[in-house]
Design a protein around this ligand. Structure first.
Ligand SMILES: [Zn+2]
Length: 147
């Protein structure tokens, strides 16, 4: 990927945090002086301004000579890509022997997602359906062997 000139400044107080990221976009007719001007202004931002001012006031204070276009704010959302299907794939990769021994020991297999704290519980019926055999019985040596 292309390396783009970037300046980033972050600040935090006990109550709030703020940051300013200025990045040079790829341009067909680069204007080094314009970029230097914007970067120089961006570097004058203080920690107090970052923490105390909203985006419009901060941008106006820094760049009022060439008023920037401000886009609507978009809400930030936490999203995790974990799913029961992905956890199932991971269990299949661990293999019937490993999963079966956990099932024998704990009565079910519980997987917690470290990112979103979702809990996935697989009981014996779920595990057997996943592996297409009686996994616990196989681990006990009572049924078909795990391939
Ligand atoms: Zn998750």
């Amino acid at each position: 990927s292309e390396q783009l000139d970037t300046h980033i400044t972050l600040a935090a107080s006990d109550e709030a945090c703020g940051g300013l990221l200025v990045q040079r976009l790829p341009e067909s007719a680069p204007d080094p002086e314009a970029w230097e001007h914007v970067a120089t202004l961006a570097q004058t931002v203080s920690a107090e301004e970052l923490v105390q001012l909203d985006a419009h006031h901060l941008l106006y204070r820094l760049f009022h000579e060439t008023p920037p276009r401000v886009f609507d704010a978009e809400p930030i959302e936490f999203a995790c890509t974990c799913s029961r299907g992905k956890v199932s794939d991971m269990l299949l990769m661990l293999g019937g022997e490993e999963v079966g021994s956990v099932l024998e020991e704990q009565g079910s297999v519980e997987i917690d997602c470290d990112f979103c704290n979702a809990k996935y519980v697989f009981d014996e019926t779920d595990i057997n359906a996943l592996f297409g055999m009686d996994v616990a019985a196989a681990v006990r040596g009572e049924g078909a062997r795990i391939q």
